[in-house]
Design a protein around this ligand. Structure first.
Ligand code: RBF
Length: 163
């Protein structure tokens, strides 16, 4: 997702969703400068796809480690058809980067399977703040935007498979 070769930020929004669709977004406040830009990108994309703000539920958690539990609460209580998880983990001098990134990826994958609904991994795992900026509205697009697009595609796929 986050590479120089692969940038979905210039996708087309021809996939229109029905009026009863609700999408949750969980945002980690850690590295807020980055994650709130990811949120802006995701919200813009959902609105462009035809959702209204009442169809989008946004909740904040302290850090990326808390994203899976926040997503689970949305799935349990907010009747959402998908959840987008947005975070930014920056490589530091401690092994925290590896533990947090792995835990979040595992937790989010588990939710996908357990709830049979799309839970989107919109977490930047980068070496520097610079790389994070490039991917949250900079030269490599906005991965929040791409995460929202992925949610829309997966909801549409699920609906197509159910027909
Ligand atoms: N949360 C993030 O979302 N991104 C980070 O880069 C990040 N780095 C952390 C580094 C350390 C040393 C610690 C202790 C926490 C970090 N967290 C980070 C917060 C983490 O996701 C979580 O909120 C806390 O560990 C509380 O469970």
């Amino acid at each position: 997702m986050s590479s120089t070769q692969h940038n979905l930020s210039s996708f087309s929004t021809d996939q229109q969703l029905s009026a009863d669709i609700r999408i949750g977004i969980v945002v980690a406040d850690w590295n807020q400068e980055i994650t709130h830009s990811l949120l802006q990108g995701a919200q813009q994309t959902l609105l462009r796809a035809g959702l209204t703000s009442t169809q989008i539920v946004v909740k904040f958690v302290p850090g990326s480690f808390e994203l899976p539990l926040g997503a689970q609460w949305l799935l349990e209580n907010q009747q959402v058809h998908a959840v987008i998880c947005l975070g930014c983990v920056i490589q530091g001098e401690t092994p925290h980067f590896t533990f947090i990134s792995q835990a979040v990826a595992d937790g989010i994958m588990r939710l996908n399977i357990d709830y049979n609904l799309p839970v989107i991994f919109g977490v930047l795992t980068v070496n520097s703040l610079e790389q994070a900026k490039d991917r949250s509205g900079g030269m490599h697009g906005n991965k929040g935007d791409e995460a929202a697009y992925t949610a829309i595609r997966m909801i549409a796929l699920q609906q197509a498979c159910e027909k």
